[in-house]
Design a protein around this ligand. Structure first.
Ligand code: HOZ
Length: 430
């Protein structure tokens, strides 16, 4: 490990000449934590390797999809094989049928599914379908939840929008913003009040059933069930955005874990095995609104791309036949979280760590974090110093207080010890 990051620095300078902020997705610019982003050259298993020859234990795993670790041989082999047969056809292929069948077999609420190219596309399409199906215009979203960068969702949004203080983005028209109604996460009564004052006008309620995008925030007991009941009694399409949680919190996602059945689900990340992908699906009657069966239009030249399908099929099939992966990543995450809690407690620092399965966030606040208001009591400057100390010791965390971390199968207890040693040093330096 050279410890210099000169090549990353000069790549960033060059990038800024041609790419807004030097990055293709804002959180990567490291603005929330200070310093320059690290440019990656390769990765294998638990390890990321940067352009300067430094290596890092990866706690982001591409924000979720690399659940099996980087460059998993089965995924690599599947993509190589698919590539030899052309990278795109713009025509149907058998892999798309296999993928749809596999998803429907794992997630029973999904009776029909349409592949797209990103989580953003999936959520945008899902609400269009919900609007077309119900003939209503408004949607409810939760403060601090992030559903990609579609106009309707950039109201009180989490993730990079929250990190950079622009949860309501310029460029979203007043009309679009007025159709998005906001409730605090974990407050079903607030949702009931919104429904009462917008009688028969709400097409959909969309949420991350476990939030990843204001940091990891679990649903309170009964919350998802209460939302299910409200949506059922008012004819509102309940959409679970499982782009992060799907195939991660359990094979069947958060809906399996909490035993709540949404009407529609949006997916991405793991189902592409690390290649660009998204999908939306749900009840057959709702999904039959989609063109060419129904009138709601949605299309894509690269949708169902053979490389993405090959990678996703390899990854999801592996997960389906290896349930022990979930046991491993959940236990490893618990060991890490327990170790961090001990350290933070002995240093007398105010903290909350939220963990659901293999997702977790360390919030530098002494408040219990249940929603946007409590998440944003965190000391982001302290987080930035902790982050940078961890980075300099070869631990790659999400570069924002308001993101979750994702543990892969490649992380074991010896790496947990390594992360905890780095954390001891980082906390000592705050
Ligand atoms: N907004 C993404 C995570 N919540 C970040 C994606 C990226 O920067 O790659």
């Amino acid at each position: 490990m050279s410890n210099s990051r000169d090549k990353s620095r000069s790549l960033f300078e060059r990038a800024k000449e041609f790419i807004p902020g030097g990055v293709n997705s804002p959180v990567r610019a490291f603005r929330a934590v200070g310093g320059n982003p690290v440019f990656m050259r390769s990765a294998n298993g638990a390890w990321l390797n940067d352009e300067d020859g430094n290596s890092y234990v990866d706690l982001i795993n591409s924000w979720g999809p690399m659940i099996l670790g980087h460059a998993h041989p089965l995924v690599e082999e599947a993509v190589r094989k698919a590539l030899a047969g052309s990278s795109s056809f713009g025509a149907p292929t058998s892999r798309e049928v296999d993928m749809a069948e596999l998803i429907c077999s794992i997630v029973p609420s999904v009776e029909r599914v349409r592949m797209v190219n990103s989580g953003t596309e999936a959520t945008m399409s899902a609400i269009r379908v919900a609007r077309g199906f119900t003939g209503r215009d408004k949607i409810i979203k939760m403060e601090g939840c992030y559903h990609g960068h579609g106009d309707s969702f950039l109201i009180a949004a989490g993730s990079g929008a929250l990190t950079f203080g622009s949860p309501d983005s310029p460029g979203v028209t007043k009309g679009t913003a007025a159709d998005t109604l906001i409730a605090p996460f974990n407050d079903a009564n607030a949702v009931a009040r919104i429904i009462d004052s917008n009688h028969d006008q709400i097409a959909a309620l969309i949420l991350e059933p476990v939030v990843g995008n204001m940091g990891c925030v679990p649903p309170q007991p009964g919350y998802l069930h209460d939302l299910r009941k409200l949506c059922t009694s008012h004819g509102i399409v309940l959409i679970f955005d499982e782009v992060m949680t799907g195939f991660r919190l359990s094979l069947g996602g958060a809906q399996e874990l909490y035993g709540v059945t949404p009407d529609m689900t949006t997916m991405g990340k793991i189902i592409g095995g690390g290649l660009p992908v998204g999908a939306y699906g749900g009840r057959r009657d709702i999904m039959e609104s989609v063109s060419p069966v129904g009138p709601v239009y949605q299309a894509g030249t690269l949708s169902g791309n053979p490389l993405a399908m090959a990678a996703g099929l390899a990854m999801v099939s592996y997960l389906k036949s290896h349930p022990e992966v979930y046991q491993h990543i959940n236990t490893t995450t618990s060991h890490l979280v327990e170790g961090l809690k001990k350290q933070l407690f002995s240093k007398g620092l105010g903290y909350t760590i939220n963990q659901v399965g293999s997702m977790f966030t360390l919030f530098f606040t002494d408040r219990i974090v249940t929603d946007f208001a409590t998440a944003t009591t965190s000391d982001t400057a302290l987080f930035g110093r902790y982050f940078n100390s961890m980075l300099s010791q070869g631990i790659y965390m999400a570069p924002s207080q308001y993101e979750a971390m994702f543990i892969s199968q490649s992380i074991d207890d010896s790496l947990v010890e390594r992360i905890l040693s780095a954390s001891e040093v980082a906390l000592g330096s705050l």
